[in-house]
Every structure is written in C-alpha cells, then in structure tokens.
Write a protein that binds this ligand. Structure first.
Ligand code: ADP
Ligand code: MG
Length: 339
C-alpha cells in the first residue's frame, strides 16, 4: 500500500471551529497524519493549535467538517469513545494520590475493580521505568518522573492517538530538552501516533516526523522538519522558523538561510556580481558560529538581515560593526515564497 492510500491515523476534512462572530479559530483545515508518526502542530499563540487538538480529543465541538480516526468518523463521538487520549502537563496530576492511583484513576471512574486496575497501572508504570516509585505522590517525584506518570496516566485507556498540548512548557529549559527526547523515544517504542502542539519551532523540529505550520486558523505548510526549514513555503514560515532572510529580488521574494549567505568585504571585486550591498551592525559570538547582523539594500529598500558564519571562516576573514560588505547566495539556496 502506498503512503497516500494507507489509512491515516487521523484525517481532518474541512475542519472548522467558529467560536463567535468574526474570523474562525480553525478555518477549514485538511490534514492527514500518518499512523505511528510524531506530528507537531506549530504556530504562534492564537493560531488555532489547541482548538484543533481539543476538537480531535472531543473536548470542543466542531462547527463543520469531519475528524476520522483510522477511517472511522469520530466527529460526534464522546471523548472517551474516540480512541484518543490527552496527556496533560505534569502539574495536572492529583497531588494527594500516589503515582499508581493517578495512573489508575480513569479505570476507577469506569468502575474497574481495584486489583485489576492496580495491575494495569503498575504495568504501565513499569513501561515508563517508574514501577519502583509507584507509591510516591507527585510532590515526591522529580519533574521528569512526574511527566512519565502523566504519560502512563494517558496511556491507560489504550489510545490509538496521544494528544499533547504544550506538554513541556512548564519545565525548565534543561529538563524540557531531556523530556522531549524521552517523548520521542516513547512514541517510537509504543508505536503510537502523537500529535503535539507547540509554539516552539525548535521543539517541533527536534521531535516531529511531520511539522504542520499553522497561521490564523489555517495550515500554511506540512512537511518534514527538513522540508519546512529548508524550503519555507511562505514569508510567514520563513520568519517564524527563524534563521532565514527574506529578500526581495527583481525576480520576486525569496528566503535564504542565514548560514547559506555568502559575504565578502565590499570593493574586493565581486560587487559587480549578483547580490546586494550591506553594512555590518552587530557581531555576536555564538561558539560554533558567529552571527552577523546587517542592514542590507534589496529591491524593497533597506532591511535587517543576518549571516551565520562558521567560527573558522570568521577568524580567517573577520568583520566588525560598520564594515561595508557584499551579500549574495547560490541560486539553489534561494527559495521562492508564495504570498
Ligand atoms: P493556540 O493554541 O494556537 O494558541 P487557540 O486554539 O487556543 O490557539 O485559539 C485560537 C483562537 O480562538 C484565538 O483567537 C482564541 O482567542 C480563540 N479561542 C480559543 N478558545 C476560545 C473559547 N473557548 N472561546 C472563544 N474564543 C476562543
Ligand atoms: Mg494553545
């Protein structure tokens, strides 16, 4: 079966959410999310990520359109009957319950007897390497351990699709990077489909098989991290992903990665060639790289652009604030942007 005809874990068809008068929060989006893949919904605050996730979860009604899970239309099903589960941030654990009882909680609500629900919860805690801490309360666990309990709690309903809304945002930066690696590993080990909402392009690129970039209730681009970063479809994406210069050439608007920019001192003979003139405004040492900020003159007027130079290249040919330079790029480094 080819990819196009394989059943998607989740398929959204013209999915729309309108809260009140005005622009819809989610505006007729179409999306197929492959089975056993890690999908990140990425975009700035207010672009409709959480609304999309909550509609998939069944925590928010749909204005129009459909949601299919493995070809089954779940649009009108109650949350518990969908085959999805939401993993909440670790602080959503019940503080007065042990890790075991937190994980077993939804089975208790379903009326499952104590012995079998504790057995299932213990099994899941073992799976996330937390079996030995089953009797601890959340307050007696580290942030990372709490996060694993939260995962086990979400998995106890045996979902096909796990939904995560900014699950790492409450963690400190160090733990966030550690936990995102764990999430990625769990997703692969469990063979489940994860749909993870984030406003961090770095987090999405680190985690996702598929990045879905959203803007104002719409999907702007769907692709691998490599595709979205290397060939941003729109100016919005080029700017949102960062690390790109948006440049107006006489042929149209293009995005060029700042580590793909070519820079030479002005007046060394290449000025007459293709490119634009610029002046260095900032020099920032970043270890492996040196980041130059510049004012450049493109067809749209003076603009701030940046150039990322490998440290060795900068050492061989240093630049300082005020230097006049010539900027250019190889033809295949420039990606045309649609409006
Ligand atoms: P994101 O998760 O990308 O930050 P949301 O899905 O939370 O965005 O919100 C999308 C838009 O819908 C925003 O304009 C937000 O203000 C609006 N919105 C979200 N939830 C509600 C609600 N319950 N009632 C009314 N408007 C809402
Ligand atoms: Mg949100």
């Amino acid at each position: 079966m080819d990819v196009a005809s394989a059943p998607a874990a989740i398929e959204l068809v013209a999915l729309t959410k309108r809260y009140a008068q005005g622009a819809p929060a989610v505006d007729s989006i179409d999306l197929r999310i492959g089975s056993a893949s890690y999908c990140c919904l990425l975009g700035p605050s207010g672009c409709g990520k959480s609304t999309t996730l909550r509609m998939i979860a069944g925590h928010e009604s749909v204005t129009s359109g459909d949601i299919l899970l493995e070809n089954r239309n779940i649009t009108l099903l109650p949350a518990a009957a969908r085959g999805t589960a939401m993993m909440f941030q670790s602080f959503a654990l019940f503080p007065h319950l042990s890790a075991l009882d937190n994980v077993a909680f939804s089975l208790k609500m379903k009326g499952v007897a104590k012995a079998p629900r504790h057995k299932q919860a213990q099994d899941l805690l073992e799976r996330v390497a937390m079996g030995h801490l089953a009797q601890r309360k959340p307050g007696e666990l580290s942030g990372g351990q709490q996060q694993r309990v939260a995962l086990a709690r979400a998995l106890i309903t045996q979902p096909r699709v796990l939904l995560l809304d900014e699950p790492l945002s409450a963690l400190d930066p160090f733990l966030r990077i550690q936990m995102r690696a764990e999430l990625r590993r769990w997703q692969k080990e469990l063979g489940l489909t994860f749909i993870h909402v984030t406003h961090s392009q770095e987090e999405a690129m680190a985690l996702a098989d598929t990045v879905v970039v959203m803007n104002q209730g719409r999907i702007e681009q769907v692709g691998s991290p490599h595709q979205v970063y290397n060939a941003p479809a729109t100016e919005f994406i080029a700017r949102f992903m960062g690390g790109h210069n948006v440049i107006e050439t006489h042929a149209g608007k293009v995005a060029v990665r700042n580590d793909h920019m070519l820079i030479t001192p002005s007046g060394d003979g290449v000025d007459a060639m293709f490119g634009i003139a610029g002046t260095v405004t900032d020099v920032e040492y970043q270890g492996t790289y040196v980041l130059l900020g510049l004012q450049a003159q493109d067809a749209g007027g003076a603009k701030g652009v940046s150039v990322m130079l490998p440290e060795a290249q900068f050492t061989a040919q240093p630049y300082a604030t005020g230097d006049a330079v010539h900027l250019s790029w190889a033809g295949d480094s420039a990606h045309a942007l649609s409006a």
